[in-house]
Design a protein around this ligand. Structure first.
Ligand code: AMP
Length: 110
């Protein structure tokens, strides 16, 4: 079982900032901004493309959870990102939406 599957299943004690039947969200272990939350499907999909192909309702819920969390945290601007594939910086191969906020962000991203 992958690390995010274990988190979603409750095998690794984790404080969920958002929780539903299909989705959980928790703080990133190595935050890249004052607010850095990972929003993931409970079910295992390797990346966002696999999730989009298989379950558009859950994909949509990830974005809804990001909107709710950003509002709860009072983020006036934020970035949401799916790194998809190792060349794009994906290091955990269980789909996850990064929600980052609390500082300015440059464009283009590195
Ligand atoms: P990515 O590089 O897009 O695949 O993002 C993976 C993210 O997962 C990184 O930002 C890591 O810091 C984070 N991460 C890895 N393991 C854990 C963990 N056990 N709990 C919370 N975040 C984690």
């Amino acid at each position: 079982m992958c690390i995010f599957c274990k988190i979603a299943a409750g095998e690794i004690p984790t404080n969920f900032l958002y929780e539903s039947a299909r989705v959980v969200a928790f703080k990133d272990l190595d935050p890249q901004a004052p607010a850095h939350i990972l929003i993931i499907p409970r079910q295992h999909f390797e990346n966002a493309a696999e999730l989009a192909a298989a379950d558009s309702a859950t994909l949509s819920e990830l974005f809804g959870a990001a909107r709710e969390l950003a509002a709860t945290l009072g983020l006036d601007g934020y970035r949401i990102t799916f790194n998809t594939g190792a060349s794009a910086g994906q290091s955990v191969f269980h789909a996850h939406l990064h929600l980052l906020g609390g500082r300015p962000f440059a464009w283009p991203p590195g």
